[in-house]
Design a protein around this ligand. Sequence first.
Ligand code: MLT
Length: 202
Amino acid sequence: MNNEHISYTPGTSNAPVIMLHGTGGDENDLLPIANVLFPEQPKIGIRGRLMEQGLTRYFAHHPDGSFDQTSLENETQWLLATIAEVIETYQLDDESVTVLGYSNGANMALYAALTGRTFFKTAILLHPMLVSDDFSDDIADDVNLWASYGDNDPIVTPENFASLVSEAEKRYFNLSTFKSNMGHAITKEEILDAAQWLHSQQ
Ligand code: MLT
């Protein structure tokens, strides 16, 4: 485990929050939001180990701009193994994992879930999208997902988000969406909505 790119913030419970950053981010980016949403939970940030055009990422693009599916799969396996290792190191509960992911990081958590590897019970996915059409048919009706989408997002198309909703529903994920007319950036309004949704889940 390369601790250099992992941040750990202790909490008073043993239910970990895994923070997965957006393109160009790092393991500490989402901590201010995680502190608001999950004040009591221990927080683990994991930095994507790839670098493209000077920006950190969890998986690569091909030169034509399409997503490299081999990299996506390899890096997902790496991420899942790393998460398992950190959870074990800090003796946290691997049955009570929450994900807080933004963009590239949210896409990783969603891809893992749609390929039958739901390592979390709850996920707050900020501006996620489908990055693969390689799905498993696994049903997981105990997975709670909250996802945000902006009508003016230059990265996530309406078609992509609609497919995401449909794939989540097919698997009986409990999905709640927050839609706005904003773009790809994180807004205060969506964080407030996510906070309310988390509260309603308790
Ligand atoms: C991705 O690469 O996962 C998406 O395009 C979002 C992003 O740019 O990070």
